[in-house]
Design a protein around this ligand. Sequence first.
Ligand SMILES: Nc1nc2c(ncn2[C@@H]2O[C@H](COP(=O)(O)OP(=O)(O)O)[C@@H](O)[C@H]2O)c(=O)[nH]1
Ligand SMILES: [Mg+2]
Length: 693
Amino acid sequence: MSYTTDQIKNVAIAGHGQTGKTTLFEHLLFAGGVIPRAETLESGKTASDSTQEEIDRKISIYASLGHIERNGTKINFLDTPGSSDFSGNVILSFRASEFALLMVDGRSGVQIETIKLWRNLDESAKPRGVFINKLDNDQADFDKALADIKEKFKIEPVPVTLPMGSGGSFKGVIDVLNEKAYLAAADAVEKEGPVPDEFKDALAAAREKLIEAAAEGDDTLMEKYIENGSLSPEEMKKGLIEALAENKYVPAFAGAALNNAGIIPLIDFIAAVGPNPRTAKDAVLGAESKTQEFPIDPDKPLSALVIKTTYDQFSGKLSWIKVISGKLAADAEAYNVSESKKERIGKLYTCQGKKLEEVRELCAGDVGIITKSATLKTNDTLAATDTNLNFVPLHLPEPVHSVAVNATAKKDDDKLGEFLVRAAEEDKTFRYVFNGETKETVISGMGELQIGIILDKIKTNQKIEVETHVPKVAYRETITKKSGAEYTHKKQTGGHGQYGKVVLEIAPLPRGENYQFVNAIFGGAIPKNYIPGVEKGIVEGMAHGTMAQYPVVDVEVKVVDGKYHPVDSSELSFKLAARNAFRDAMRQANPTLLEPVMNLTVFVEEKYLGDVMSDLSGKRGKILGQDSAGGIAEIHAEVPQAELLRYSIDLRSITSGTGSFSVAFDHYAPISGRSADEVIKARESFKVQEADE
Ligand SMILES: Nc1nc2c(ncn2[C@@H]2O[C@H](COP(=O)(O)OP(=O)(O)O)[C@@H](O)[C@H]2O)c(=O)[nH]1
Ligand SMILES: [Mg+2]
């Protein structure tokens, strides 16, 4: 069965952890007849949380794809993880969807991830709705949750469904658009019925608001509405579609996913009103790396973006595809623009959770899977022919948490390396680098949860024993005043000797300028052909400073004089003379240690603001600014990297796991006193051989 672009809707289900996204996904598939019964999260059998690591932890880690059909429309749902450690999976799901449904727990209202996701959706002005869940719970309150959203996001959500009762007496929801009631049912799809009298006033009021939202969709509808005070059902639907595609209102849904409440009217609304891919655009890189909008259009030649790569135990490599234009057909050929090569597309699939289903083709707008392509990578662009089309890569956050790791047994090094390559392919927010300077492999990601899962896989699945430790900080050394030194390298051993004299002056450079070499030799005191030797010696000298053998930066080195011998001089003699002269000069130039300072942004609930601030001041942090909106504080600070190596752990304990942060290198700054002494002491074991060749 193949669906045309006009028959496709894509919905990403996102929100704070534990709000019921995976449960909703499960009950959507159940209501759509895809699975015979809805499993609970606790059973470990849900369609979405199907990997062992998800079952063990009872949380979603990876995006899951599933779809149902309603009135001839295929609705793809992407269930996403709630923890910010896995935000890469949310971002790729947003990219694949024209509509986002934000799950909100009816007891707690807006939470920190809700806010971050909302901001993320704002960046692309993506249409979104809110699902107020768990209304069967005594503490849940639909109106209060909506008021909270209004306060925090400065928009008033428009209810599309209304709850009937609350807590213990919650019975189901009313479909405002179709003026029907739906009664929740424990193990069955909810039943349609007439609206009870007691809810008729509430329905009439909600309908009024929905008509107003529809009228916003287009000017002629607005005129009609002002004139007649109402709209026909067809006009209402048309207005709602147009206004939603333009993100002019936020529909709100009431429900209790676990009790099959609010599911059918949600599906009906998405099928009838949800944005069609045709109304959305993706972006491609144009000339000079500028982005250009690119319409989702079935009538153009094929183009598609690889949004995700996974390795399945049974099916091998899976490349998730969002088709942007044209049609992707099974057993056809496509051009991999990113790799500049033809790509043979074998079988095509869609999936229901982990279950793959073969399809013949995928039309523009649809999301599906290509299997067993050796070359396809996440972010690759596929096209019909060789073009310069290149879709903008997924816009992912930078890693915030790093751990140094090495295989306990040397023989496992290669196996560990292979695993890391694959893990980084599967999750673009996960990175690994070998740091030649500190001689460690450092793995980085969005938090200790994500890194912990990778380490578990290394130990349990790969059976590689590894040691981990806090990564080393890349300190630097520099000088704070001018100085100079001369050094004569002289050796007379039998026949051919060695001779070179170098006189140099050094001076501090502004931070970040690194190194400048000035040749100020007059009259051939050092012949031209030996100058490269002099410079080599200085570069070698700068590789290991005199304080703690860290690289030296931000120094101007001027060679002012020297002496040579017509027979005994050589490049090597001048190199050694220069290296030693540099070392002597540096010792007299008031050297100091530099440490990397990071730019830190922390998001926390306001009640934790004081604790976070005092923790940061204990970490030698400099607060640059602070913003508060809707109960969430955003703190900007500069903090030495050495203090942030375990910040995800510290912040979690301060904020009971609710806080999050982003971090990026900013600059190097001098350290002195006790902090400097500690760094120097820690380096004592690190001795670079003073090779004299
Ligand atoms: N009472 C109640 N609990 C729910 C409802 N929906 C989900 N839950 C429970 O909330 C917990 C978290 O659900 P889950 O679907 O994993 O949330 P996710 O992290 O957003 O995917 C589970 O224990 C669910 O059974 C609901 O409508 N009512
Ligand atoms: Mg989940």
